[in-house]
Design a protein. Structure first.
Length: 561
């Protein structure tokens, strides 16, 4: 038996661990109570720092204790000079490093470090930058450290070009460094801003970045980081806030205004009729006080003379955006809108140079797809490149790629169906603009969601039959001039979006999944509705359904069940 190491039994080990945990817990609770007692009686001294340090060294995420330490530093600084307080701040930075070694992603620790650097008399920013480098070598995706690095570089005025070079060095070492690609997308628009200052980089820079990211594709086709960055390169800046359209309807006594971004109007939108400000109440179609693309108001038509010309104008925030339209004698409605093609709302205008580069990119991705037929990122990028080049020219080909994409990545088929629906509707809107028609046919497109309805302001007939829609989007309220809506042969069970459509006369919902009379409640707000078709819905099997519907919708003259 001599020379043998005694091995504890499992029960002995468990008991020893239990006693150790209890001892730590007692110390933890005792130190916590002592720290809060000192705060309560106003003893904000070095002893409070020592007590809180015992707890934070074990649990750096105790936010209240970081708050207490900041209070202590503020109290100590009231009667000490900068030379006297500086060593305390330096010591705190060393303590924070030890806490970060316990948990490198502690929100409280990184925030406290920012606070210390902002308050210490002589901060050493170069040391902090070196600290960031060390932590990013350990974990290149530590977004807490990346956030702190941006704070350090901004505070110490590090040139953006130096940081861009830093991202290049990290990407060269590892193409999978997603955080570096992301940081790059933030730096480039600041170093090389586009002429319009819309938050994008210049075309020349974007084209050079395409070459860099293509090297990453072929090095590791299955890594998502470079593919995401490529998607950013193909994207476009958000459109500046503007009033996209304005419509005046004399018969209904309403005016509608659509914006390029959802806004909360309140009192910032002013209506002028014949150069005179008019008090009106702007509302969303569903009456909810929330940011919206569409706002509607009612006005008194008694003040209008049918024999005279009238000018309507809306001004947003003292001229930040404005639109006006003229109602000529005898007119019952008028409008002004920006067309999708003029707005470049779905894509950027391509120069010959960028178009050639994107064509080369498309060919390279197709070659890569032949080598990697099951690479979902490559397939999706091919579709996006086709959209950037010419959405209508590549319409059929891109839809075929969607089918391939769903077969290789069935887990995300729902996302791909929604994305395809978005592109289908964009194509339809472009065709509508070119043909200058107010009739849109979107049947048999496999639509799962509705998009860009704010672009269909003047559409009078919309056919959505034979798709896969489960609900009618609340954005359907954009269709202020819709007269006939066909949603046959879908999977619709709710009508939340069919609110306050002032010109809707005919609605067909045949062969859907409407089960309850109450599901048709929104139609009560469509006062011009005269024809409703709901054959083939479960609601038709309800006893006395016809009479219940007539009670709910007395203004509808024909209900076909």
């Amino acid at each position: 038996m001599h020379g043998r190491i005694k091995v504890k039994t499992t029960l002995e080990q468990q008991e020893a661990k239990r006693k150790e945990r209890e001892k730590k817990l007692q110390l933890y609770v005792g130190a916590t109570q002592a720290a809060f007692n000192k705060r309560k009686v106003g003893e904000l001294d070095k002893e409070a720092l020592e007590i809180t340090a015992q707890i934070l060294a074990l649990n750096p995420d105790f936010a209240s204790l970081w708050n207490l330490r900041r209070e202590v530093f503020l109290a100590l600084g009231t009667d000490r000079s900068d030379e006297e307080i500086q060593p305390l701040y330096v010591s705190e930075l060393s303590f924070l490093e030890s806490c970060l070694r316990v948990n490198p992603k502690s929100y409280g620790t990184w925030y406290h470090r920012c606070w210390i650097m902002e308050h210490m008399p002589e901060p050493d920013w170069s040391r902090e930058l070196a600290l960031c480098n060390r932590f990013l070598e350990i974990d290149e995706r530590n977004f807490h450290c990346w956030d702190y690095r941006r704070f350090v570089t901004k505070s110490s005025h590090v040139p953006h070009s130096d940081e861009l070079e830093f991202t290049s060095s990290l990407i060269t070492k590892n193409f999978s460094n997603y955080s570096s690609w992301h940081y790059r997308s933030k730096l480039l628009p600041q170093i090389h801003p586009d002429p319009q200052r819309l938050g994008r980089a210049t075309e020349k820079v974007l084209l050079s970045e395409l070459e860099l990211v293509q090297n990453a594709f072929f090095t590791d086709p299955n890594d998502q980081s470079a593919w995401f960055y490529h998607r950013w390169l193909l994207g476009r800046a958000d459109l500046p806030l503007s009033i996209r359209s304005m419509s005046v309807d004399v018969a209904g006594s309403w005016i509608s205004v659509t914006f390029s971004q959802p806004v909360l109007v309140q009192r910032d939108l002013i209506l002028f009729i014949d150069q005179k400000p008019t008090m009106v109440s702007w509302k969303t179609p569903d009456g909810k006080e929330k940011p919206s693309l569409l706002w509607v108001c009612e006005f008194s038509k008694e003040r209008l003379n049918n024999l005279c010309q009238h000018n309507f104008k809306v001004i947003w925030k003292d001229g930040e955006a404005q639109k006006e339209c003229v109602l000529y004698p005898g007119q019952l409605s008028t409008w002004f809108r920006e067309t999708a093609s003029d707005d470049k709302i779905f894509s950027l205008e391509l120069s010959e140079g960028k178009s050639n580069v994107l064509q080369q990119e498309l060919q390279s991705c197709k070659e890569l797809q032949e080598l990697e037929p099951d690479n979902k990122w490559c397939l999706l990028t091919i579709i996006l490149l086709m959209r950037a080049l010419d959405p209508l020219l590549y319409e059929k080909e891109s839809l075929c790629y969607f089918d391939t994409l769903k077969s290789v990545d069935p887990m995300r088929s729902g996302y791909y169906d929604d994305l395809r629906s978005k592109f289908e509707m964009e194509n339809a809107i472009l065709k509508m603009e070119y043909a200058e028609t107010n009739v849109v046919i979107l049947s048999d497109k496999g639509l799962t969601r509705l998009y860009h309805l704010d672009q269909l302001l003047l559409v009078s007939h919309l056919c959505l039959s034979n798709n896969k829609l489960h609900t009618l989007s609340s954005d359907l309220s954009m269709l202020r001039y819709i007269q006939v809506l066909d949603v046959d042969n879908n999977e619709v069970s709710r009508l939340e979006g069919v609110w306050n459509l002032p010109k809707l006369e005919e609605l067909s919902l045949q062969f859907n999944k409407i089960k309850n009379i109450s599901s048709l409640q929104p139609l009560c707000s469509c006062l011009q509705l005269s024809v409703l078709r709901i054959q083939g819905n479960p609601i038709c099997e309800i006893a006395d359904a016809q009479n219940q519907l007539r009670d709910l919708l007395p203004h509808v003259s024909l209900i076909e069940m």
